[in-house]
Design a protein around this ligand. Structure first.
Ligand SMILES: Nc1nc2c(ncn2[C@@H]2O[C@H](COP(=O)(O)OP(=O)(O)OP(=O)(O)O)[C@@H](O)[C@H]2O)c(=O)[nH]1
Ligand SMILES: [Mg+2]
Ligand SMILES: [Zn+2]
Length: 312
């Protein structure tokens, strides 16, 4: 039988078969994927082949079909072992809020660099617009301008009042969507909004107090009645970019890509070289200063540097 992994707790996997059955499964013996060292050989979104031995009440995953992409998290920045968050994603949505908890642009930019590296389309969802004060609205419009200018879709929604949920629904329809973001931004609340029948557990706002506790503890894939799926994930704190080379980073900023061919030097780092088209675009306001600063910060990352010596 074939199916897709919709939930994984580490030792157990819930597989939805092509016939629509949900079967609890374990992994068969030494199922290992070539190339990547991971703590989990099978992730949510994986398409798998399972068998059901007569004598036992659960299935066995015996093969994982080739992935068209996957998104990885490192347990720590220096760790060599990665954890696959999800596989076969069509659209990665970063859910953020201007308030409760407040977003840092550096976090958004690292997320986007990651998605670009995996060649996964990304978009940004600003949630909780119902509680934004006037200055938050100003910040919201600033951020929308920055990210739409860089080439990303943005959504400004409220899971509470359902404002603009219809736009988000259209964007996720018939796709496998990954909902990412720090704890407490309302990822699960948005899943419930898009598919009201689900009743996914959401957090209690009084217990968040900036730091946020994790309400969702395992990635889980939910089927949508309009077609498609949403993979709801536990909150993440940061994105390690350790496997990147310095000269790869600029490539992951789509608005830099538009200019870099006009730089005088073809190995231009866009930092100190003369006749740099990226810096000229920055001076003209065609590239946002906050994006350029994120680029510099990522390039300066000590961990990234250390890793560079091993990779080059
Ligand atoms: N005012 C307001 N509150 C919201 C909105 N969306 C979510 N919340 C509240 O924010 C809190 C956190 O929501 P969750 O959906 O549990 O957040 P999450 O991102 O899934 O968090 P984790 O599962 O811990 O990663 C809950 O108390 C929600 O009721 C919104 O649009 N407006
Ligand atoms: Mg959640
Ligand atoms: Zn340049």
């Amino acid at each position: 039988m074939k199916g897709v992994v919709v939930k994984s707790t580490g030792s157990w996997y819930l597989v939805k078969t092509t016939e629509g059955q949900s079967i609890e499964c374990k992994i068969k013996g030494k199922l290992r994927l070539k190339g990547i060292k991971t703590t989990n050989p099978v992730a949510v979104g994986d398409k798998v082949v399972i068998e059901m031995p007569e004598s036992q009440g659960f299935g066995m995953i015996k093969d994982v079909l080739p992935r068209h992409n996957h998104i990885i998290r490192k347990s720590t920045n220096l760790s060599k072992v990665s954890h696959i968050i999800a596989a076969n994603i069509d659209l990665a949505l970063l859910v953020v809020t201007i308030r409760e908890p407040r977003i840092a642009t550096g976090f958004i930019d690292r997320f986007l660099v990651n998605a670009e590296a995996y060649h996964i389309e990304a978009a940004i969802v600003f949630n909780k617009i119902d509680i934004y004060k006037e200055e938050d609205m100003g910040r919201l419009h600033e951020l929308i301008e920055i990210y739409q200018g860089a080439g990303y879709k943005t959504f400004s929604v409220s899971a509470k009042t359902r404002e603009n949920i219809q736009d988000l629904k259209l964007a996720v329809q018939n796709k496998v969507n990954l909902f990412s973001g720090i704890s407490g931004v309302g990822k699960s609340a948005l899943v419930n909004c898009i598919e009201p029948g689900l009743k996914v557990k959401t957090g209690d706002i009084s217990s968040y107090h900036k730091k946020g506790k994790h309400t969702t503890t395992f990635p889980e894939m939910h089927a949508l009645s309009i077609g498609g799926f949403i993979i709801d994930t536990p909150g993440i704190r940061e994105f390690g970019l350790v496997e990147f080379r310095k000269n790869e980073i600029a490539e992951r900023f789509p608005e830099f890509r538009r200019y870099q061919h006009d730089c005088r030097f073809n190995n231009c780092t866009h930092i100190h070289e003369p006749f740099c088209a990226v810096k000229e675009a920055l001076d003209k306001g065609e590239i946002a200063m906050s994006r350029y600063e994120s680029y510099l910060r990522i390039i300066d990352d000590d961990n990234l540097d250390k890793e560079l010596w091993e990779w080059e």
